[in-house]
Write a protein that binds this ligand. Sequence first.
Ligand SMILES: [Zn+2]
Length: 510
Amino acid sequence: MQEESTIKDIEGRVRLTFLGGFNEIGGNCILLEDFGLDITLLIDFGVNFKRFHEVFDREEPSTLEELLTARLIPRPRGEALKNLYTEHYLYNHEKMKRHQKVNQCKDKIDPSTAINGAFISHAHRDHYYCLPLLNRNIPIYTGAVTHKIIIANYDSRAFRMDNFYNGLKWKLFITGDVVSIKGMEVIPVHVDHSIPAAYGFIFKTSAGILIYSGDFRMHGPLSYMTGDLISKARRLLNAQSSQGNDASASKSVPRVKALICEGTHIHKGAIESEAMVKTQLNTLFKKMPFDYVLVKYERVDWDRFRTFSTIAKKFKWKYLISEKDAYFYYRLNKNARYATMKNPHIKKDDHIYIVKDKMRKFPWKDTINAMLEKNNKTWRYLDHDQLKDLGGKFILYITSMPDYIFNNLPKDLNGVFISSNIDPYVENFRDNTRSIEKRLLKLRVPSYRVHASGHAKPHDIYTYVMELNPELLIPIHTEHPEIFDKLFTGKGINVALSSSDNEPFQVDLE
Ligand SMILES: [Zn+2]
């Protein structure tokens, strides 16, 4: 305690506490305390799904305590983290109905907290799962499209603790905005990843420029955006050096003080790209001996959805998705700010068919039904038992292989399965690709894997770090931080590594 108050008196000192996501992939959560500016921020608020699945199998946690006991979320220790979690908005879905909870927490105010804001880099749940647990006084800063994906995703799911979003305070930005909080400027920069609207952040702290890479790749359709972060950081540093008053200071350009860099694939690379996925699919479809295709990828991977939809359109195949998927994509299409988010287009793209399921009634089913009726397109609705009668030439998007799909696949036709999964740790379901492949073999359905990751390969991470040339590099979102140490030590870049997997890891910048 004594030591903490001494630190607070020092201007230009910043402390980073890594509460999750170090020495592991996913579950990023970083506390940034700038004692010079008297500001405390949270960067990402995810959960590690690998450890999550060791505790929770098919069931979902329904209390904060379950997650704390399993050490999946940070313990609210110390002044900075006091009242990190909400007191009034925790929804135990096993004990009450959602509307009861909504009524119960109406106008309730959470206790005060030292945290001035939470920055969420992108809409992968290993970066934002914990938001429903957050103290409602803490504003959440995130991209407008990120917010849209998060809300669309949760609106198309059953109500649980992990999607009780009532009372959260959202502050949305778009590329080009500068967020200003208590004198600190934060510049969100769009980067390329396997989901739309992924951001890296540049924090202008009192100790210098701090960069958080977020998750990124340099081989997707928007790879130039990752380069934007590098050039923006350079411009800021150049501006800082020209602001220096004395002549000697104006000559030396300051360096990035610290870079928190993701390293999912620092240990394992592949020559791959979204463009290559498209080329490979083209090759498969040009001479296609199979009558129908089953595909699997992350639902939030808009690029992959577009790639498959484009192939279906080009080869005049039907593209079949579920009502839930249709609703999710329809929500993203609506009032889309960017043209890329209107392709595919659920309302206009007539090669997209919507397969009804026989499961319980959800509000999204009414929305999709009303949309199709209004546009005289109910002919785009199919039942699962119609799969047999389509005569092939369809691509069916699946996330699992339940009986109602399996039993309705046309047994007299030849099918093929294309697994195109992006990285499995972003969502809280187990990777079931192998079990789908096994089950499909009973129908004599072979499998392919056509894939491009959402993460940069070792070459690209190396270039990214060298171009930013930080004084200090802190690897995150990786199981192999030691490779960063080996690569960059001796190149004028210090690498901070944590010696413990379990205890929060602290780094001071001065
Ligand atoms: Zn991600």
